[in-house]
Design a protein around this ligand. Sequence first.
Ligand code: NPW
Ligand code: K
Length: 501
Amino acid sequence: MQVLRAEEMYDWDRKAMESYGREGQVLMENAGRAIAEEILRKFPETEKFLIVIGGGNNGGDGYVIARILKDRRRIATAVQVVPDEKIKGDALYHKRVYEQSGYSLSSLSEEVWNENTVLVDAMLGIGVKGALRAPFDELVSKVNESQMHRISVDIPSGLPADEGVKEFQAVKADTTYIVQAPKQSLFLDHTAGYYGEWKVLDIGLPPMASPKVSREIWTEGAFAESFPVLPGSAHKGTRGKGLIVGGGRMMPGALMMAARASIRAGAGLTTAATVRDIIPYLTPSLPEAMFAGTGESSGVISSVDPEVLEGKDAVAVGVGMGREPESRPVIEMLLSRTSGPLLIDADGLYHLRFLLDDLKKRQEVTVLTPHFGEMAHLTGEEVSEVKRNPFSLSRSLAYEYGVYLVLKGPNTIITTPEGSQIIEPSGNEGLSKGGSGDVLTGVLLTMLMQHESPVKALANGCFLHGRTAELLISKNRTVLDLLPTDLTDGLSLTYRTFLPR
Ligand SMILES: NC(=O)C1=CN([C@@H]2O[C@H](COP(=O)(O)OP(=O)(O)OC[C@H]3O[C@@H](n4cnc5c(N)ncnc54)[C@H](OP(=O)(O)O)[C@@H]3O)[C@@H](O)[C@H]2O)[C@@H](O)CC1
Ligand SMILES: [K+]
């Protein structure tokens, strides 16, 4: 499913009408009807609805919803909160249909606020621009203070559809029925919460007319369909031989978690490279792994023999590595000598800031997996700016350095060097703990070795990680006690649910 910006949504709408014979009035009927049907299913007959109608097409949808609720003998009060001359075009057409049905409008009295139980917010849609003007500034506050269940039509009124907007005032919806395609703000850290529960409803825009934008949500269907099923005769070689460079005297656990996750995800053979002293302590928890000792300076990795790279299908570096400058040459060497995919995570990303020229020169597949803070460090932006503009900042970085970028967050955004984007929304707050990124690194390393498309490998790895967290919470864990190591052991829950056994 595509995720769109407001302008892209308008293009689709325009093209549907101009080139595919679709009528605006019919599309508005479809939108209002689809939402009304959801509302009718969700709420019992005793519920009292207040439909608040604004001046654009979002208000037009509101007129359709009000009419259908009344047609079905539901208790509904409709209020138009802008002067009559503001209602134009398709919205005016549906206002007339509403009135010709014998239905009337009420004014926004205290009684109306107090008597009703469900508010349908059809004030402002994706056409909102700038700071809210009267009467919407006060109305939005009043709506948010009311005790009614709040349903927003298409988007919570006042919320920007696109990334990048710093200040806004918006309805905090309990439920949002999104028209045709989700908008960017559904996936942004500072705006996602305004939607409440959400559902996307098809209003009949022709798929042939959809904008040529490669920004898609990754679904369980996409995972199941694209996950490579290896032949029964698969062996170490076909499952992939991976190398993970990381750990050190202070953070051996990070390497252990990444290596274990890589093995559990299905790698043929995983080699963990770290300072020699700690290898004996790691072997009991990683009996299936191979080990390689690295050069060491004061407990941190200072060099890796390039021979270790021989026969490796992919390499991951950075987990638990530390930020000491002594480790930087390791990243430098791997950037120039790794011939397969190279994934750089955690402290590796810290060093990368100083090696951007080397990154640019590298031709082979390179994957960076920053969280918001690491992305801020890499781009020189504030964390708040990264959260506000994750789509565009990811694209610029991926494009400039020719890398695959996995920007980790509640909605992980995966970007290809060409700028295509996938949003992977699985997971829960139990994942925001030290170590879950290390587990993800191990899983992604394995996926990269087994899928010829890096972007699908990355999307599948993120799905595997997030869905496993969800399944664990639905069984015997809570978000409080979920551990990154549980994820590794829980991978089979996702595999057993989605893949042929
Ligand atoms: N996509 C589709 O295919 C379909 C989309 N549909 C629906 O159309 C919606 C988009 O409709 P839209 O373009 O008319 O814009 P919309 O959000 O109603 O806002 C315009 C109004 O807001 C006002 N206004 C703006 N900023 C403001 C501010 N800061 N403060 C105060 N007022 C402000 C502005 O006022 P004005 O600037 O004119 O004074 C104008 O009156 C979309 O979300 C979906 O619900 C369906 O019907 C069918 C097919
Ligand atoms: K709305």
